[in-house]
Design a binder for this molecule. Structure first.
Ligand code: SAM
Length: 194
C-alpha cells in the first residue's frame, strides 16, 4: 500500500500534531457537514475517517437514543479520539473502531446517515468505498462527503463534480453539491440519498 502520509494515516507524536492541525483548519467543514445531515436524536450514524473525533462531538450532541459509530484506520487517531470522546463513549452514544473504509464491518442497511470529511482523497478506489457506504445505509438514508477544493494535484481528481458522479454511479439519488468558504479555504459538501 502507498505511503498515505501523516494526513492519510496519522502515526505517533507527529501524527498527533497533524491531528491538532486538522482540528484547527477543518472546523468549517465539520460544522457544515453536521448541519447538512440534519441529525435526529434517534439516528444511527457512521463517520468514516474520524481523525481526532472533533466532528463526532458535534454529532454526539444531537443524538440521545441513537448512536455514532466511527471507523478510522489509524491507531493513533483511535487513541486521540477515544480520549476526546470518553464522556460520549461512557454514555453509550459514541463507539469507535479501527478499520478500513474499503471493507466496512457492518451489515447492510445499518445506518440512517453516513459521513466522511477530508478522507476520500486517500481512497485508492473511491467508487468502491462509496459503494460500501451505500450498502451500509438504510433505504432513504443520507450520505455526506466533505472535501477541500483547490488547485493542488489531489484536488484535480477529487473534484466535487467527480464525487457527485461516483455517488450517482453507486445508486445515490438527488445528489447535490454545496460550496463553502472563500479564497484559500474552499470546500464542498456533497450529499446524496439511498
Ligand atoms: C485528513 S484526516 C481528516 C480527519 C477528520 N475527518 C477531519 O476532518 O479533521 C483523514 C483521516 O481519514 C483516515 N483515513 C484515511 N483513509 C482511510 C481509510 N481507507 N479507512 C479509514 N480511515 C481512513 C485517516 O487515518 C485520518 O484520520
Amino acid at each position: 500500500m502507498a505511503d498515505l502520509g501523516q494526513f492519510g494515516k496519522p502515526k505517533g507524536p507527529l501524527g498527533k500534531f497533524f491531528g491538532w492541525m486538522m482540528d484547527r483548519y477543518n472546523k468549517l467543514e465539520h460544522v457544515e457537514t453536521i448541519k447538512s445531515l440534519d441529525l435526529q436524536p434517534d439516528d444511527r450514524v457512521l463517520e468514516i475517517g474520524y481523525g481526532t473525533g472533533q466532528a463526532m462531538i458535534l454529532s454526539a450532541e444531537k443524538i440521545h437514543d441513537g448512536k455514532i459509530v466511527g471507523v478510522d484506520h489509524s491507531i493513533t487517531m483511535f487513541e486521540v479520539a477515544s480520549r476526546k470522546n470518553n464522556n460520549w463513549i461512557d454514555r453509550g452514544i459514541v463507539e469507535l473502531h479501527v478499520g478500513d473504509a474499503e471493507s466496512l464491518d457492518f451489515s447492510q442497511s445499518s445506518f440512517d446517515k453516513v459521513y466522511s470529511i477530508h478522507c476520500i482523497y486517500f481512497w485508492t478506489q473511491p467508487e468502491s468505498n462509496l459503494q460500501e457506504i451505500y450498502r451500509v445505509l438504510k433505504d432513504k438514508g443520507t450520505a455526506v462527503i466533505a472535501i477541500r477544493t483547490g488547485k493542488g494535484e489531489v484536488y484535480q481528481k477529487f473534484t466535487d463534480t467527480n464525487v457527485k458522479k461516483w455517488m450517482e454511479n453507486c445508486g445515490f439519488k438527488n445528489v447535490t453539491i454545496r460550496r463553502l468558504g472563500k479564497r484559500k479555504h474552499k470546500a464542498s459538501v456533497i450529499m446524496g440519498e439511498k
